[in-house]
Design a protein around this ligand. Structure first.
Ligand SMILES: [Zn+2]
Length: 149
């Protein structure tokens, strides 16, 4: 951990290294200056999606959704609430699968809403269906043990 925690900027895609102790100190992207760790849900495009899901050291939970999907829209505030609960512990993002259908194809997504949890560049687990905030947060903490130190 001496070299810090790798995080892709969800705005510009730049990989950053953040000292673990600074994760909760509002670290900024070295390239574009946007906040790297927030309690907000980041909107991804395919490029930032791939960078973050393949490069992040911090757990990353991605909500695969579409505007036509009622359960997706219902879950959005719950997802946002869970993001606030886990600020600094995990990052939350979403990607619009209607605008970016190739992502769904590649990941073999059959139905939405679907949450996929990534950690250290690998897919860890999937959670299908609309879920309440507490269940979303428990899914993340249960599947990705807290880092020591
Ligand atoms: Zn950036």
């Amino acid at each position: 951990m001496a070299e810090g925690v790798k995080l892709a900027c969800t705005t510009c895609g730049q990989m950053n290294r953040v000292p673990a102790a600074k994760l909760t100190a509002n670290p900024k992207c070295g390239s574009c200056g946007e906040a790297l760790v927030t309690d907000k849900v980041a909107e991804l495009d395919p490029a930032t999606h791939d960078k973050a899901t393949r490069g992040d050291d911090l757990p990353l939970l991605v909500d695969y959704w579409a505007p036509w999907c009622g359960p997706c829209r219902q879950m959005a505030p719950e997802f946002a609430k869970a993001a606030k609960t886990l600020e600094g512990r995990a990052r939350f993002a979403k990607i619009n699968t209607q605008d970016h259908p190739k992502i769904s194809e590649r990941l073999r997504i059959q139905g939405i809403p679907l949450l996929i949890l990534y950690h250290k560049g690998r897919e860890v687990a999937r959670l299908p269906g609309a879920r309440p905030a507490a269940e979303i947060a428990a899914f993340v903490t249960g599947k990705t043990p807290a880092q020591a130190g």
